[in-house]
Design a protein around this ligand. Structure first.
Ligand code: C5P
Length: 315
């Protein structure tokens, strides 16, 4: 059922010495192929059963030696995102330093392509990249499992971004186990909205509107992933948060309809939204659906991406 995303050799060969030159780490966005939201827990989080899927839309973090901890950025969200102590990248570097007894000194630069507040886990991806980059820069020699455990203290979907691929997420989403997908590549089209949605607000709305939980257990999806037939997979994609995202942003229904009109096999809201994600048959079909969606001018940007791809990795 499970397959390693990195070989034991790769794990064994990871350098334990601090890096002198810059360390570049690339990290993917995620979509949820299945997202079942259970009851809210005493800690305020909801119990989840989800199937995460890492797609080839990337942020990049470069870590250099420095006398303090600083963060600069370019790309999506530049000028909008806080680069202070509350940024997940800075928090990730500080937590890793505290856990390993290193000074939290690094000059971090973030190149962002993953849209913010989009339901693509961009902020979580950056935190995962910061953990992997600082681990290498400081030579802390943490295993992927160690990094995933630290990641879980920072956010529910950060352990998945350390791992990548396709994985089952349980608990509040932080408990991840890889899913065997046999190396098949799936082709996705993303419709990125003009304005983001706040994840806590979407979960709160989910509770307030008493949204139906249609997603159930992901057994059909897991079987579909093994069959490698996009028509079969299309019928199994499900997201319990979609109703809440549509409640907050009714115009997303128009985007979903446009994607289906454009010939996509299926469309759903990604995570807490507002990005809508569409499944295509192959790369050519994805390009056609993307072109048609762009022509309809119903969203800020259209992207194509392949999944699954590995999680945060040193380049
Ligand atoms: O864990 P993360 O910081 O990404 O979660 C952001 C917010 O999303 C939480 O504060 C919570 O409001 C909501 N959430 C939830 N249940 C989850 C994951 C997130 O209610 N399983």
């Amino acid at each position: 059922m499970t397959e390693p995303l990195f070989s034991e050799d790769e794990e064994f060969d990871r350098p334990r010495l601090a890096a002198h030159g810059p360390v570049r780490v690339r990290v993917p966005a995620k979509i949820n192929l299945h997202l079942h939201v259970g009851p809210s827990r005493p800690d305020g989080f909801h119990e989840l059963t989800t199937v995460y899927h890492a797609i080839g839309l990337y942020d990049e973090i470069t870590a250099r030696r420095g006398d303090t901890l600083t963060l600069t950025m370019e790309g999506e969200g530049a000028g909008e995102l806080s680069l202070d102590e509350d940024n997940l990248v800075i928090r990730a570097a500080r937590v890793l330093a505290a856990e390993t007894g290193h000074e939290p000194h690094a000059r971090l630069h973030l190149k962002k392509q993953i849209p913010i507040a989009a339901g693509l886990a961009g902020g979580s991806a950056d935190a995962a990249a910061a953990l992997v980059a600082c681990d290498q820069l400081w030579g802390t020699g943490m295993s992927r499992d160690d990094l995933a455990a630290i990641a879980a203290t920072l956010g529910s979907d950060i352990p998945f971004l350390v791992l990548g691929g396709t994985a089952l997420g349980t608990g509040r989403g932080e408990l991840v186990s890889p899913i065997l997908t046999g190396g098949h590549a799936w082709h996705w089209v993303l419709a990125v909205a003009e304005e983001g949605l706040s994840t806590p607000t979407v979960y709160k709305t989910f509770d307030e509107i008493g949204a139906q939980t249609n997603a159930g257990p992901p057994d059909g999806l897991l079987a579909a992933l093994r069959q490698r037939d996009p028509e079969v997979l299309a019928a199994e994609l499900a997201n319990d948060l979609q109703a809440a995202a549509l409640h907050l942003r009714p115009e997303l229904q128009g985007v979903l309809d446009a994607g289906l009109d454009a010939g996509a096999l299926a469309g759903l809201v990604s995570g807490s939204g507002p990005t809508c994600v569409f499944l295509a048959e192959d790369a050519r079909h994805a390009a056609l659906v993307a072109a048609e969606l762009e022509a309809r001018d119903c969203c800020r940007a259209v992207r194509t991406a392949v999944g699954p791809v590995p999680g945060a990795r040193v380049l």
